[in-house]
Design a protein around this ligand. Structure first.
Ligand code: MCN
Ligand code: CUM
Length: 795
């Protein structure tokens, strides 16, 4: 062999991209059935003898229930059952616990506390009879004063909404603080400048394409309750049903079929689910409840509705010395969020994690109002959305006040690349990041300097151009179990892998896909670890009878937690396959090497066996003493959250005559570590940016003084279509997560979290010359126009 000849290669490792492994932009396998209309959603569940349930909702926001007359409904042909709060109360089921240690009415007994609250329900032979019968129920209400915001809720003479609760003498549902108060006060006293801003992150709604629903099926003969339902977290629901209905877990099967989106709307346990279950138990027939769009928009988990007072203590040169934040959050009539028990305002205190700030203090107060319960939903990672929006709006205001360039101000305050692990001012531990690089990629992509010149030039002709930057790192992937639990159930996750004798496999996890593509990406992780082609692996989630116990999908925790469990379970299988390979190759295990899809003898690389041959041996030719079969499960408790980061930059032009603003460009730079499926990741980012644009420009749910919900339909609550949606330019930085087995971090919520501030900052940049510092979202043309003509902030 001469020096120029290539070294002989014996590697028969598979081409990872070809087998659909990590890094492959594999088309989503689930789309095969979705685009053919063959998805199996909750309304597709039809069982023999099934009855239909309809809910009567309160037309008023706050009222004492004087009487409910159900006689006419009962007398209608085809009506099987009419349930009222009074009847539920006789079974001790009129109230249920929420996921935040509060209680919520299943059916109202004493009072109704928000418009759309469940008052009664009818179970009938078909949904039309059920609906007609609901209209035949006569309810007499005695109206009470209505509270629709924290200011009203906290007024000294405010009526007490939760008078059902002992010891509740006001409308405060929690008060919570975190950080170092005295250290922060000191830093503020010594600051050269204090920047202060107030704003409201309005109430929005996730509005998944498919609303909520359930089909409950109680079988008296076996004693088993099966519930098909729209839930992002089937095992949590099973635990809740076990506690509420006092049934043992093995007699409860929760099945979450295909979901037409979730976006956090399908995490809470809603009264409709509970009533369909009770009705099925009472009638011994399957009972289906399908929510309509208005029901979904007015009564189910919304997002945000938080008021902020934010302050930054600053040194003249731009260094941020301290942060002070106070939030008042509006939780509606019941504190019904799903969030880690320890943290009353979710992870809002993840704010300022990417900045190196010595000290900070946050006080948070939650209030009850006469509005639907919720707050944690809509791609929020437990309120990180609000955290990063407030952070980046505060940063922009501070930089402008000091007269320092937006990009420069951020750069000088970032946590540096060699400064990890880093303790954030509110106490989180971040483990990696390249924030300055991420920002630079964004600035280069948008040609920051060039745009500033263009902006100055345009101003000469009276045109208003603006550029908005938003940088953030966010905590995704609850747990670890030390700090994260829901109702005391620790947050870890799981995977179970069964490799059949021909080398095909089935994988199940404790997560639950709602459109994120788990059926595609989990198979890619297995392909990466085992060399089994992704197409040979089927992924199943959402059935508590078959899936291993897990905490479900929200807070973009699936890749960080369940995805890690998928890698770990694959490695267990590989370890066992190695024993089988050694047996087949008649060498000792230590002499066996692995390359993708194949074990070979170190001293004789030509002698090898494929993973499929090992699988066959597990059933047909195992060595003495080795347990047959090739199956394993793994429970994964991550050491930390994952910390993806991003930089979003948008440019806009505002029409000074009308207040209409057009998006010129949107640049997004995301770092979610190693990308399993780049195409799916890009889809998640584009979806997130679209939601960010929607919230910044058009989306909010508001209420009139009587508590009527404005936004109960898609005429009033707007979803951007392809027509309004701007184009996106996506870039990436890759910093592998140091503790995740495949270096991945979550991505599902990043762009929704970081995006809104980029749009608002851009419009505010254009309006700077009018002395305007803030216009609350959504930036509707009339608000922007008012800010321009009146030269003041608009809330
Ligand atoms: N992914 C990847 N590489 C990474 C990270 C993620 O290929 N480094 C892939 C994952 O394998 C997965 C998808 O991207 O297929 C999203 O992963 P992840 O960030 O782990 O988020 P989850 O799967 O936990 O999804 C939850 C998140 C949340 S909380 C909301 S809300 C939301 C979101 O996802 N709801 C959605 N995106 C959604 N997308 C759709 N289509 N529908 C929803 O309801
Ligand atoms: Cu906060 S919406 Mo997602 O976490 O289901």
């Amino acid at each position: 062999m001469t020096a120029t000849e290539p070294a002989p290669t014996t590697s028969r490792a598979l081409d990872e991209i070809k087998i659909g492994g990590m890094g492959a932009s594999r088309k989503r396998v689930e789309d095969n059935r979705f685009i053919r209309g063959r998805g199996h959603y909750i309304d597709d569940v039809v069982l023999p003898g099934m009855l239909h349930m309809e809910i009567l909702r309160s037309p008023v926001a706050h009222a004492r229930i004087v009487s409910i007359d159900t006689t006419r409904a009962w007398n209608m042909p085809g009506v099987r059952l009419v349930l009222t709060g009074e009847m539920m109360a006789t079974r001790n089921l009129a109230w249920m616990p929420t996921l935040s240690y509060d209680t919520q009415a299943v059916l109202a007994t004493d009072k109704v506390r928000f418009q759309g609250q469940e008052v009664a329900c009818v179970i009938a032979d078909d949904p039309y009879i059920a609906k007609d019968a609901c209209e035949a129920i006569e309810v007499e209400y005695e109206q009470l004063p209505v509270i629709v915001n924290p200011t009203q809720a906290l007024a000294p003479d405010a009526p007490i909404i939760r008078d059902d609760k002992e010891n509740q003498h006001d409308n405060v549902c929690f008060e919570w603080e975190v950080g170092d108060k005295s250290g922060t006060d000191r830093a503020f006293a010594e600051a050269d400048h204090v920047s202060r801003i107030e704003m409201h992150y309005p109430r929005s709604h996730p509005s998944p394409l498919e609303c909520c629903g359930s089909v409950a099926d109680f079988d008296r003969a076996t004693g088993k309750l099966t519930v098909y339902m729209t839930t992002q977290a089937p095992h949590i629901v099973r635990a809740a049903v076990a506690l509420i209905a006092e049934l043992p877990e093995h007699m409860i099967r929760i099945v979450s079929p295909d979901l037409g989106g979730g976006f956090g709307n399908k995490v809470p346990v809603y009264p409709g689910y509970v009533m369909s279950i009770l009705a099925s138990i009472l009638l011994e027939r399957p009972v289906k409840w399908i929510e309509d769009r208005s029901g979904n928009l007015i009564s189910t988990g919304f997002g945000r509705d938080v008021y902020l007072t934010g302050e930054l203590a600053l040194r003249r040169d731009g260094k941020i010395l301290a942060v002070r934040m106070h939030t008042d959050s509006d939780h509606g009539a019941f504190f019904g969020d799903a969030q880690p028990s320890k943290f009353k305002i979710g992870l809002l205190h993840s704010a300022f994690a990417c900045y190196d700030i010595p000290t900070a203090h946050l006080t948070a107060r939650g209030v009850y109002t006469n509005k639907a319960p919720g707050g944690v939903a809509y791609r929020c990672s437990f309120r990180v959305t609000e955290a990063m929006f407030f952070q980046e709006r505060m940063v922009q205001a501070a930089a402008d006040e000091l007269g320092i360039d937006q990009a420069e101000f951020r750069r000088m305050n970032f946590v540096r690349d060699d400064d990890f692990p880093h303790r954030t001012p509110f106490g989180f531990l971040t483990d990696s990041g390249q924030y300055a690089k991420c920002l630079q990629v964004g600035l280069d992509a948008i040609d920051y300097e060039g745009f500033r010149r263009e902006q100055a030039e345009a101003a000469k002709n009276g045109r208003l151009l603006g550029i908005g930057i938003s940088c953030m790192t966010e905590p995704l992937g609850a747990g670890n179990s030390r700090e994260y639990d829901i109702l005391g159930i620790k947050m870890f996750d799981s995977a179970e892998l069964r490799v059949h004798m021909t080398g095909k496999a089935i994988l199940r996890t404790g997560a639950k896909t709602q459109g994120q593509g788990h059926e595609t990406t989990w198979a890619q992780i297995v392909a990466h670890e085992l060399g089994i082609p992704a197409e040979d692996i089927v992924v199943e989630e959402g059935d508590t009878d078959t899936a291993p116990f897990g905490m479900g999908t929200y807070a973009s925790r699936s890749t960080p937690v369940a995805g890690a469990a998928v890698a770990m379970v694959s490695r267990k299988i590989r370890a066992k396959a190695r024993k089988l390979a050694a047996h087949l190759l008649e060498v000792s295990e230590e002499d066996v090497e692995w390359e993708l899809g194949r074990f070979y003898v170190r001293a004789a690389p030509d002698r090898g066996v494929t993973i499929q041959e090992c699988a066959m041996a597990a059933y047909a030719n195992m060595p003495d003493g080795l347990e047959p079969g090739l199956e394993a499960n793994a429970y994964y408790d991550p050491p930390n959250l994952t910390w993806p980061f991003g930089c979003y930059i948008t440019t806009v032009e505002v029409d000074p005559m009308t207040g209409v603003w057009d998006v010129l460009r949107v640049v997004a730079v995301d770092d979610c570590g190693v990308r399993i499926n780049p195409m799916i990741v890009e889809g998640q980012i584009m979806g997130g940016l679209t939601e960010a644009y929607a919230m910044a420009s058009m989306q909010f749910i508001t209420f009139d003084a009587d508590g009527n919900c404005i936004g109960s339909n898609f005429m009033d609550y707007l979803l951007p279509t392809a027509w309004e949606t701007p184009g996106y330019e996506l870039h990436e930085v890759v910093t592998p997560c140091p503790h995740h087995p495949i270096g991945a971090k979550g991505i599902g919520e990043c762009a929704t979290v970081g995006g809104p501030a980029a749009f608002v900052n851009a419009v505010m940049d254009a309006l700077k010359q009018f002395g305007v510092r803030n216009v609350d979202m959504p930036l509707l043309p009339d608000r922007v126009h008012e800010a321009i003509t009146q030269r003041h902030d608009v809330s």
